[in-house]
Write a protein that binds this ligand. Structure first.
Ligand code: PMP
Length: 289
């Protein structure tokens, strides 16, 4: 396996970062998770845009321009001879001294990993997954913008542990006001009276790339789609529910907090969107070359 590290493609064993890297010491950095299917990278520009926005928001200046970063992603995939898989792109503050200040970190660390990923078993795509509400709240805007895809995922990890301990596939995270924000690594949607509803970004949802694809598909299908604050009640009483994410794609949710959603089976609109999404992943994207 070859890893892109600061401009070079190196064997995995040589792809190491310093113990003084602030990405490791403080979670000071940003990242992206990107999928490639059948030799094409899905929504590469959207991921690159979000990476640069995340970096800007934390005052981290990425030492490559967008084209060079996209090229690094493509080069890494090509160097590993893969046509389907998952890319993890990480930019950290870089090596510095002990102490919080980024001033001691002159050069950000950039690395790209191309690998496989299976987030949920195939059975969950057919039968749906169970959600539980986590007591850990989504990070508040006043602490760190939840729109930044930073290396600081500790509260999402705490929520994931809760979900796993409860035997659920994913954990639902609320914001400080008690409205639904998203799940630990996925955005959430419900279907109500033939309409799609998802929490607004301001509720603490990450501006998911897959979420945006669902907006496009809904428009194509002529289905009304809204960003509205929702509560757990809205999910308990929804006609359908599903999650979206780069790794998860679109996955049906059939239960929240032991309450079946509608008849407890994946809904027809969810299945239709999944089909259309899969078609898009097969037929669009930036060629790996
Ligand atoms: N929310 C969180 C917290 C995430 O980590 C992710 C995965 N990146 C998502 C939502 C889904 O976003 P995307 O569709 O861009 O992968």
């Amino acid at each position: 396996m070859k890893i892109y590290l600061n401009g070079n493609l190196v064997p995995k064993e040589q792809a190491t970062v310093s113990v003084f890297d602030h990405g490791l010491l403080y979670g000071d950095g940003v990242f992206e998770g990107i999928r490639f299917y059948s030799g094409r990278v899905f929504r590469l520009d959207d991921h690159i845009d979000r990476l640069y926005r995340s970096a800007r928001a934390i005052a981290l200046s990425i030492p490559l321009d967008r084209d060079a970063m996209s090229q690094a992603v493509l080069d890494t995939i090509r160097a590993n001879g893969m046509s389907d898989g998952y890319v993890r792109l990480v930019v950290t503050r870089g090596e510095g001294s002990l102490g919080l200040s980024p001033k001691s970190c002159p050069t950000p660390t950039v690395f790209v990993i191309a690998a496989g990923i299976t987030l949920y078993p195939e059975e969950m795509y057919r039968n749906g997954l169970k959600l539980v509400t986590c007591s850990t709240r989504r990070i508040a805007h006043g602490a760190l913008s939840p729109m930044v895809k930073s290396l600081n995922y500790l509260n999402n990890i705490m929520a994931k542990i809760e979900a796993e301990q409860a035997g659920a596939g994913e954990g639902l995270m609320l914001n400080e006001q008690g409205y639904v924000a998203e799940c630990t690594g996925d955005n959430v949607f419900i279907v109500r009276d033939g309409r799609l509803v998802t929490p607004p970004i301001a509720a603490g949802a990450l501006a998911g790339v897959t979420r945006a694809v669902v907006f496009e598909l809904a428009r194509q299908l002529g289905i009304d789609i809204r960003e509205e604050d929702i509560t757990r009640y809205d999910i308990y009483t929804a006609d359908e529910c599903f999650l979206t994410g780069t790794a998860a794609e679109i996955i049906p949710v059939v239960e929240l907090d032991s309450r079946p959603i509608d008849d407890g089976k994946p809904g027809p609109l969810t299945l239709r969107l999944t089909e259309l999404f899969r078609e898009l992943t097969r037929t669009t994207g930036t060629p790996i070359g």
